[in-house]
Design a protein around this ligand. Structure first.
Ligand SMILES: Cc1cc2nc3c(=O)[nH]c(=O)nc-3n(C[C@H](O)[C@H](O)[C@H](O)COP(=O)(O)OP(=O)(O)OC[C@H]3O[C@@H](n4cnc5c(N)ncnc54)[C@H](O)[C@@H]3O)c2cc1C
Length: 397
């Protein structure tokens, strides 16, 4: 047993100190402050990573350093720096760092998130950078070198992360040639007007958009497309597809075909109800369909789970989790952005925001998790206002 766990209270272990693990820990501590609950949060690094801003880092804009122990200060949550390497859900034990340490739990919150998947296309794991994880190391410096040599940076993917990264790099490094490679139209999930605005912004920033073919192979100095064409690439950024840690599946916890924990309507594992899954690691379904991994949906799952655990500990019942999307915010460099407003199922509404107002909106969204942590230490922040998402009237199927 880890030294942080001495005591007799109910032990809650939270795996992962990303957006959702942090919120679950802070909010649960506030909700149970007089109940003697021991909360331990585990994360490999003491640094809190603002994933929503990683495209800014790629372009060379350094971020404020946030330390997890500082963010948890005053909450009573114990921080353990370590990597969960195995789980024994029958004995309720988490193994850290290949047996270097162990944590026992009564309730487990699984908040291990996701990472960019570089295994789907040959060469991506060898020659492409990512914005998150180990393959992000050195990308910012490489972008600077390539820009200085007037070389090409290939950004692979047509999602919002790809658009944000391409725009940010092109704006910060006008010397670089930035090529965005996407099988379909970039930002295809947005409405036609927001999409056109985005495309104009990419043109204005000098980003070459190549559509119509996907990436078949990443080479050291080029990207091969599946229609036979080749795009030169002095640095390749891979942004598409995600993968989740295999810990849950290896432990025999029921997962879906992507490795996400299968949860019931209250976000508890269908095979191990003392395991709650939040954020990108949970296969949560609403009546309108599956929730896809975003911070917008992840924070409400964390907020809900903290409240649900607090209620369960008091012997109270828990209502099903409900969530609906509100927006798709996309920055287009530091001075432009576009926000597509959406229906609950994330399909676009007519309304969208662009330009300066959208920049302010996007900045508010990107900074909101840290504000939410600060407020959640002291008060019961309203779910709808704080999380960017909203409750829907239709409960989970
Ligand atoms: C570049 C980029 C841009 C994005 N932009 C947006 C956006 O604009 N809007 C939006 O809504 N979403 C965005 N997302 C998605 C959003 O970041 C994720 O949905 C969100 O981070 C999920 O939160 P999480 O807590 O589930 O996972 P994470 O934030 O990934 O946190 C998981 C944590 O678990 C830790 N961990 C992993 N393995 C272990 C282990 N074995 N043991 C212990 N700890 C472990 C990790 O180190 C990490 O700290 C973006 C993602 C990326 C990568």
């Amino acid at each position: 047993m880890n030294t942080t766990q001495r005591g007799t209270g109910h032990r809650v272990v939270i795996l992962g100190g990303g957006y959702t693990g942090m919120l679950t820990a802070i909010r649960l501590a506030h909700r149970t402050r007089r109940a003697g609950v021991q909360i331990t949060l585990v994360n490999p690094s003491p640094r809190f990573i603002e994933r929503l801003r990683l495209h800014q880092v790629a372009a060379g804009h350094p971020l404020t350093e946030h330390r997890i122990p500082d963010l948890l200060a005053g909450t009573g949550v114990a921080f353990v720096q370590g990597r969960a390497t195995a789980l024994d859900p029958e004995r309720r034990v988490v193994v850290l760092d290949e047996e270097a340490d162990r944590l026992e739990y009564d309730t487990l919150v699984y908040a291990l998130g996701s990472a960019t998947d570089v295994t789907r296309v040959p060469g991506a794991d060898l020659h492409a950078f990512t914005l998150d994880g180990p393959r992000s190391a050195g990308f910012t410096a490489r972008v600077r070198e390539v820009a200085a040599d007037r070389g090409t940076i290939a950004v692979c993917g047509g999602g919002l992360t790809a658009v944000e990264a391409a725009a940010e790099i092109a704006e910060a490094h006008p010397g670089a040639r930035v090529t965005l490679i996407s099988r379909g139209e970039p930002g295809a999930m947005m409405g036609a007007k927001a999409q056109a605005y985005m495309r104009n912004a990419l043109d204005r920033l000098g980003v070459t958009v190549r559509t119509g073919a996907g990436v078949a192979k990443v080479l050291p100095d080029a990207v091969e497309l599946d229609d036979g064409r080749t795009v030169a690439s002095d640095a390749c950024l891979w942004t598409t597809g995600v993968t989740v840690p295999e810990l849950a599946a290896q432990a025999g916890i029921a997962v879906d075909e992507h490795g996400l924990i299968q949860v019931d309507a209250t976000l508890r594992s269908v095979s191990h109800p003392d395991v709650h899954a939040v954020g990108d690691a949970a296969a949560a379904r609403m009546a309108w369909g599956p929730i896809h991994g975003t911070c917008q949906s992840g924070l409400p799952t964390a907020q809900y789970t903290a409240d649900a655990i607090a209620r369960l500990l008091r012997g109270r019942s828990v209502k099903p989790f409900r969530f609906g999307y509100v927006h798709q915010p996309v920055s287009l460099g530091r001075r432009d952005a576009v926000i597509q407003f959406t229906r609950a199922d994330d399909t676009p509404r007519r309304a969208y925001l662009k330009g300066r107002a959208a920049v302010l909106y996007k900045e508010t969204i990107s900074g909101s998790p840290l504000k939410l942590y600060r407020y959640s230490k002291r008060m019961n922040v309203s779910a709808t206002l704080s999380r960017g998402g909203r409750a829907t009237r239709t409960p989970a199927a």
